[in-house]
Design a protein around this ligand. Structure first.
Ligand SMILES: Cc1cc2nc3c(=O)[nH]c(=O)nc-3n(C[C@H](O)[C@H](O)[C@H](O)COP(=O)(O)OP(=O)(O)OC[C@H]3O[C@@H](n4cnc5c(N)ncnc54)[C@H](O)[C@@H]3O)c2cc1C
Ligand code: FES
Length: 286
């Protein structure tokens, strides 16, 4: 089945995009002191078996009686039967999620938004540079590419956080090391830390991956993105070679309410994935 056909069949499974689909929390992973990853399994058998999505897409999760919040799909569609989302505790819905336990039910509206154009990147080298919870959307793409390893050239992953305890997905680092070049960095090391110390943009400059036949993908706190984009540019990456995802506040998630607009674009349907060339055409509202 072609990728386009797979996406179409996923969308047709969801008849009403406003209606959350019931899903059971099957697994909760404590990533850091303020972030947990939730694995959810759709209650509907057809959805559970046939639901699919693309790396970079997002979901809107309902905690019944509390509200909804937007999270990227951090799992990869190559690993079937569940969806995952990583949640940093910041407010009412994220706190309610952190208080949930395995076996409880949430509502999920998905898949929403566009996706990383990985089909166009076959044969290219990929450079991932991310920080903190910004690894969540990149993890979906990274694991997708690792599951289709022969489609891509070198894969470099530069991942940083404030401290070693702030790094997410540590349980996947061995797999990432086996199939890609993983470079970890923290702002403040502890006694056990053996990797790099410093910010992601500085480490990127030091590692200096080649821009030739390469694509850069970067997600993380806005301050990190601000400093990382010039570093990629200095390395010779054009705006068309650099991709990121935006996290504008959303409501409907399907292009109807106008809550997430930047100029003429709606982040929930035109994004959340944008190339730097596309971002430069938008008003600087993000
Ligand atoms: C496309 C997209 C993907 C996202 N992916 C993730 C993800 O993978 N993991 C994750 O933890 N979060 C993600 N977010 C952010 C997440 O949606 C918000 O943190 C969440 O909605 C907060 O809900 P709340 O009810 O707990 O907080 P609220 O009580 O609504 O707000 C608490 C605080 O968080 C701020 N806040 C709320 N939403 C956002 C937002 N979208 N951006 C910045 N600040 C916000 C509020 O201004 C307030 O200061 C994503 C957002 C978008 C739009
Ligand atoms: S969230 Fe409603 S239009 Fe984007």
């Amino acid at each position: 089945m072609s990728e386009a056909t797979q996406t179409a069949s996923a969308s047709t499974l969801i008849r009403n995009p406003y209606e959350p689909q019931l899903a059971t929390i099957a697994k909760i992973i404590d990533e850091t002191w303020d972030t947990k990853t939730f694995r959810a399994v759709f209650n509907d058998e057809d959805l559970r078996e046939n639901f699919t999505y693309e790396p970079g897409q997002f979901q809107i999760v309902s905690v019944f009686g509390v509200g909804e919040a937007t999270f990227c799909l951090t799992s990869t569609p190559t690993r079937k039967g569940y969806v995952e989302f990583s949640v940093k505790r910041v407010g009412s819905v994220t706190t309610a999620l952190h208080e949930m336990y395995e076996g409880q039910i949430v509502g999920i509206r998905a898949p929403l938004g566009n996706h990383f154009p990985y089909e166009q990147w076959k044969g290219k080298n990929l450079v991932f540079a991310g920080g903190g919870i910004g690894m969540a959307p990149m993890r979906s793409l990274l694991n997708f590419c690792l599951d289709n390893r022969s489609d891509y050239g070198d894969i470099i992953v530069i991942y940083g956080a404030r401290t070693p305890g702030d790094l997410c997905y540590k349980y996947e680092f061995d797999e990432w090391r086996q199939k890609a070049n993983l470079y970890l960095t923290v702002d403040q090391a502890d006694n056990d830390w053996k990797d790099h110390v410093g910010h992601v943009p500085g480490y990127l400059k030091e590692l200096a991956p080649s821009a030739e036949n390469a694509i850069a993908i970067t997600c993380g706190p806005p301050i990190m993105i601000k400093y990382i984009l010039p570093e990629f540019a200095n390395l010779g990456f054009s705006d068309e070679q650099i991709y990121t995802t935006l996290e504008m506040k959303m409501k409907c998630g399907i292009g109807k309410c106008g809550r997430c607009n930047i100029g003429s674009k709606l982040v929930c349907v035109d994004g959340p994935v944008f190339s730097n060339a596309q971002l430069k055409e938008l008003p600087p509202e993000f």
